[in-house]
Write a protein that binds this ligand. Structure first.
Ligand SMILES: NC(=O)c1ccc[n+]([C@@H]2O[C@H](COP(=O)([O-])OP(=O)(O)OC[C@H]3O[C@@H](n4cnc5c(N)ncnc54)[C@H](OP(=O)(O)O)[C@@H]3O)[C@@H](O)[C@H]2O)c1
Length: 316
């Protein structure tokens, strides 16, 4: 893979001006993209990608969009969750939700499609969906409460008053109590796994004072009683063949995946309450964003799925 262009608005500067750690690459950021591209990765606020993608498709470019503009199948979900009317609802059915563990065949099928859009999942959504997909697929997901925590890089680089060090440090807060936008894709994807409409998902995100990482704690009432042996079998069967997913025997920490494309999941039956607790962790900037986008790109372009993604987690 050759990086042939980087684009930002009104920019003409070496990459180290905004990303000093990448200065040694010698790359520059400009305000336009060169012609003749095979693929473009977009990392834009919602609504911005939807306006650009049709032109890119006309040029035969494959689009890997890290934002939400092509994640939802139902056009009515855009005004509801994102407060904009989708300008090209006809493209929503053609886009593939870029979670390779669940949509690998659909990503492969994009190779022969004239419309190649990978809608890369949200960070909270990836953690939640991968945590719960085996239960949904087995028809075991009844009622679920997802209690999730994220580091501050989940909010992007733009300066916001409530993201200042003094506001975030040594504090924890819940937000999105009226419904975080990722609920839409979580319900969509778990419903697809279940092959049925599921009960609405309760999802409560928290901002915590760390840079990277998401922990999703999913509290589940199952449709029938299940024991630990069956639960373990379910998760191992679902994920043992997946190169980036580890089913682990003890509750994982976000530090166990920092800087890597790995997702770690632990599932536990609480014999006292009868609930199942599923804990999933990922790095929101890697498996929750850029890494996952590269993973899906690899699948679409027939490269080994782990190309460029073999970095182990950083520790401490
Ligand atoms: N952060 C995460 O953990 C994460 C995880 C998964 C997905 N995502 C999604 O990825 C996308 C980008 O997120 P981010 O965290 O990278 O945000 P970010 O740091 O704010 O970067 C977004 C970039 O988009 C450009 N931009 C801003 N407003 C624009 C506009 N109106 N039109 C066109 N370009 C605009 C800006 O670059 P220029 O000023 O150079 O143009 C800005 O740096 C979002 O949709 C987000 O939901 C983020």
């Amino acid at each position: 893979v050759e990086i042939v262009g980087l684009q930002g608005r009104d920019r003409d500067e070496p990459i180290e001006a905004s990303h000093p750690h990448l200065g040694s690459t010698g790359l520059r950021i400009g305000d336009a993209l060169p012609a003749g591209l095979d693929a473009v990765f977009l990392g834009l606020p919602h609504g911005a990608a939807a306006a650009l993608v049709p032109d890119l498709l006309d040029q035969g470019v494959a689009v890997i969009d890290l934002g939400p503009d092509f994640r939802l199948r139902d056009p009515a979900d855009y005004p509801r969750w994102y407060r904009f009317e989708h300008p090209r609802p006809d493209l929503l059915e053609r886009a593939v939700y870029g979670l390779p563990e669940l949509h690998g065949d659909d990503l492969v099928a994009l190779r022969d499609s004239d419309v190649r859009i990978v809608a890369s999942p949200g960070c909270y959504a990836t953690a939640s969906i991968l945590s719960l997909a085996p239960l949904a697929h087995a028809g075991l997901l009844d009622d679920v409460v997802i209690d999730a925590k994220s580091g501050v890089s989940g909010a992007g680089r733009e300066s916001k008053p409530d993201m200042h060090f003094a506001e975030v440090n040594e504090s924890v807060k819940a937000y999105g109590v009226d419904g975080h936008r990722h609920v839409a894709e979580i319900e969509q994807e778990l419903g697809l796994q279940a092959g049925a409409r599921l009960a609405p998902v309760d999802f409560l995100p928290h901002l915590i004072p760390m840079t990277r990482g998401i922990l999703a704690a999913c509290h589940v009432r199952t449709t029938r009683p299940i024991d630990q042996e069956e639960l373990d079998k379910l998760y191992h069967e679902a994920y043992d063949g997946e190169g980036f997913v580890d089913v682990v025997a003890a509750p994982p920490a976000t530090k166990h995946v920092t800087g890597s494309n790995r997702f770690k999941v632990h599932a536990h039956v609480d014999a006292r309450t009868g609930r199942v607790l599923v804990l999933g962790v990922l790095d929101n900037l890697v498996k929750g964003a850029a890494g996952q986008a590269i993973q899906a790109f690899n699948v679409v372009f027939g490269l080994p799925e782990s190309s460029g993604l073999e970095q182990l987690p950083l520790a401490p």
